[in-house]
Design a binder for this molecule. Structure first.
Ligand code: FDM
Ligand code: MG
Length: 219
């Protein structure tokens, strides 16, 4: 039995990730599929992260960064188990959001420090970046409710995503594939585009070993 593929959807707040993760998880191209999302607010660590995001708890930037990373590590056994059992994973945010949202803070921790916490996690086969104009994202419902949902931070977050993309592209063979998806279109158009990309990823990555994130080329 071949392993499952690990598809990650990333992007700024209100780019439509959660909608598309839901649709992709039900699409036949991903069956059998396990849906995941980070932060996973259901665990004890996730509850603390939720309090931080709702601004009812303040923490130093490094401390909350480690919690976000730890929240991924606590799901690492499940991720590996799924992939080994031949189940595909579609994931709503992961370590890329982790690095982008922390490193982009004013006087935030350095990029390499941010990445180091997630080095060795199961590596996604592909990062699908849902790209939408910041001005469009902000007109979508609920923007501004949580910490980080402001134009200045989101704009800085985008730049770090761009850096991470370029680093992965420079790493070539062992890095996740990056696909920029125009998320300013209708839900249906974006969905079709994503399904086509995923078909290609399955063909290219299906028979390869499960990789580890950011292990080669950076450290
Ligand atoms: N976020 C998300 C981080 O700051 N670090 C992380 O590691 C992850 C996974 O949390 F603003 C931020 C991104 C976003 C917030 O995410 C909550 P959702 O997807 O909106 O629930
Ligand atoms: Mg959000």
């Amino acid at each position: 039995m071949s392993r499952g593929v690990f598809i990650l959807l990333e992007g700024v707040d209100r780019c439509g990730k959660t909608t598309q993760v839901g649709l992709l998880s039900e699409s036949e191209v991903m069956a059998p599929c396990e849906k995941m999302n980070f932060p996973d607010r259901t665990t004890e660590i996730g509850k603390t992260i939720n309090s931080y995001l709702k601004s009812s708890l303040d923490l130093p930037d490094q401390s909350v960064h480690l919690l976000f990373s730890s929240n991924r590590w606590e799901r690492q056994p499940d991720i590996l188990e799924c992939l080994r059992q031949g189940k595909n994973i579609v994931c709503d945010r992961y370590a890329y959001s982790g690095v982008a949202f922390t490193n982009s803070k004013v006087d935030g921790p350095a990029l390499d420090w941010c990445k180091s916490c997630d080095v060795g996690l199961p590596r996604p086969d592909a990062v699908l970046f849902l790209d939408v104009d910041q001005s469009v994202a902000e007109t979508r419902g609920g923007f501004g409710d949580e910490r980080y949902e402001n134009t200045t931070h989101q704009t800085a977050v985008r730049k770090v995503f761009e850096t991470l993309k370029n680093e992965d592209i420079a790493m070539q063979g062992d890095a996740p594939e990056w696909h920029m998806v125009d998320a300013g279109r209708s839900i249906e158009e974006v969905k079709k585009d994503i399904e086509e990309i995923v078909k290609g990823v399955k063909e290219r990555k299906g028979g390869t070993p499960i990789g580890k994130l950011w292990e080669e080329g950076v450290y």
